[in-house]
Structure formats: C-alpha cells, structure tokens
Design a protein. Structure first.
Length: 281
C-alpha cells in the first residue's frame, strides 16, 4: 500500500516508506529487485542476508550515497529520490549515518568530530573555525556523557579504541537530531563484547530519542538479541520481514540457503545479560 493511500484511509504517514526500490549497477548486476518497506514508529530494524544480498545497497540508497535505478523513498512524505542537489543536502541533515569504518577525522578531537554533526546548520565561515552555538556545545557534552565518553572531549580520534570511535560516530549522527538513523555494519570491526555494548546502546537510544534506525548487520545472533524487527534480504528482494522471535531455522535457511546460514551464527557470543549502561570500550 502506498503512503498516499494510507493517508487517504486515515492511517498515520510512515516515517519511512520505500516503494518498488530497484538498483542495477553499471556492470548489469541487479542489487535490489523491487524493495517495499515501511517504518511507521520508532524501532530498531536489522537487515540481514548473505554477502551480496543487497544490504549495504539498501542502506546507501536511502540517503542516496548510491543512486537508485527506480522506485521511491519517502522520508516523512518527501521523496528523497526526486530531490535535486540542494534538496538532498537538506534531507541528509535529517538522516544520521553510522559507518563500519567510523569515518572520523583522525586528527581532530572527539568534540570536534561530534560537533561536525551540526556543520549543515551553521554558516560556512563559522564551520571552518568550528564555532558553534552554546546550545550545540552543551548538546555535544550531553551526548558524550550518554554514549559513555564523558571526559574524552579533548582526545584525538586516532587515540581511541574501535568501540570508542564507534561511540563518537553515534554521538555525531545524533547531533544532527535526525528523523532516521542508518547504520552500515557498525559492529563488524569490533570484538564480540564491544559489539553487544554498541547494539545495546543503539537500542536504548532509539527508545529514548524516539528515532527509528535501520542497521545492516551480518551477525544473526546480535540481530535477534537487540532488534525490534528483522528484514532478511535474498538476491535483492525481501525474504523475511517480521518479529525476531519468528526468525526460525526455516526462515534462516530461506534467507541464506539450507547449509550456509549457520556460518554467520555458530561463532556468535552467548546471550548473557549485560548491564544497561556499560563502560566505553
């Protein structure tokens, strides 16, 4: 059902509505074969699937780091695919992006990296000098405290561990005050304990800030432990979209193949209970 028909029937407009999304690369490879997906309330949505299933392409099409071939991506009713360059810049301010490789400026401090999430909201010369309004600076300190990095504001990014860098990336994305968070394999470079801490933090922030998040993740055990909803992709189409409790062996075999899905789960850490607020790693 399209976003227009939902509104016509009196239903709330989805925060994100993806309709018939396709991506065919110049090589002829079809990465996405017509994706339909809607998020109508704040939740953590995990996207799983084999390598090459289209997970990263889906995430990156939403903010047009990858240009879709066809389809619509409606963010609060605005079609991101149809935007010109100026409109896309404005839309990207409302989409926080968190990367596997962190994408921090290594020579800058933690505070400077976090404040870069506000660069789209200050003037050009102010941004060059990293001069931000007092409320932005207060917000950055509050976010650093929330993600477990209180006291780290003057550390250089290149002096941090992987888990600490990812926390900086999360704080930077939240400084945008986004309508949507996108996370592209944020735990892939982390050890199992730190990966669980990051997933727990993201889940808590989705709830606290009422900001929906889509996370592309290989680790099925982490997805089942922390996601509110799981979307499984296979060959660029949706093979599963449901509650994590319903992701049984049959569903996993459908997504990954009868013998392949266990390779992503057999080395996963046990589902031990960790404290809700954990120290930075």
């Amino acid at each position: 059902m399209s976003a227009t028909s939902q509104i016509a029937e009196g239903k709330p407009r989805p925060i994100l509505q993806i309709e018939s999304l396709e991506k065919v690369y110049a090589t002829g490879k079809r990465a996405l074969g017509g994706i339909d997906l809607a998020i109508d309330h704040p939740q953590l949505v995990a996207v799983i699937g084999s390598s090459g299933a289209g997970k990263s392409t889906l995430i990156r099409c939403i903010n047009r780091l990858v240009e879709p071939t066809a389809g619509r991506i409606l963010l609060n009713g605005e079609d991101v695919v149809a935007l010109d360059r100026k409109g896309l810049r404005a839309a990207r301010r409302r989409i926080g992006m968190i990367f596997q490789e962190y994408n921090l400026v290594e020579r800058l401090t933690v505070m400077q990296n976090v404040l870069s999430g506000r660069l789209g909201y200050v003037g050009f010369f102010a941004s060059l000098r990293y001069r931000f309004p007092p409320e932005d600076i207060r917000g950055a300190f509050a976010l650093l405290d929330r993600v477990g990095l209180d006291g780290y504001h003057n550390r250089r990014a290149d002096a941090l561990s992987g888990g600490q860098r990812q926390r900086v990336g999360i704080a930077r994305a939240l400084m945008q005050r986004p309508d949507l968070l996108l996370l592209d394999e944020p735990t892939a470079s982390l050890d199992p304990k730190t990966a669980r801490q990051i997933m727990r933090l993201v889940k808590e922030l989705v709830s606290e800030r009422q900001t929906p998040a889509i996370i592309n993740i290989h680790d099925v055990a982490l997805a089942k432990a922390f996601a509110d909803r799981i979307v499984g992709l296979k060959d660029g189409v949706v093979a599963f979209d449901d509650d994590p409790a319903k992701l049984d062996d049959a569903a996993l075999a459908d997504i990954y193949g009868d013998e392949d899905w266990t390779a992503d789960t057999e080395d996963a850490p046990p589902s031990e209970t960790l404290p809700a607020r954990e120290t930075a790693s």
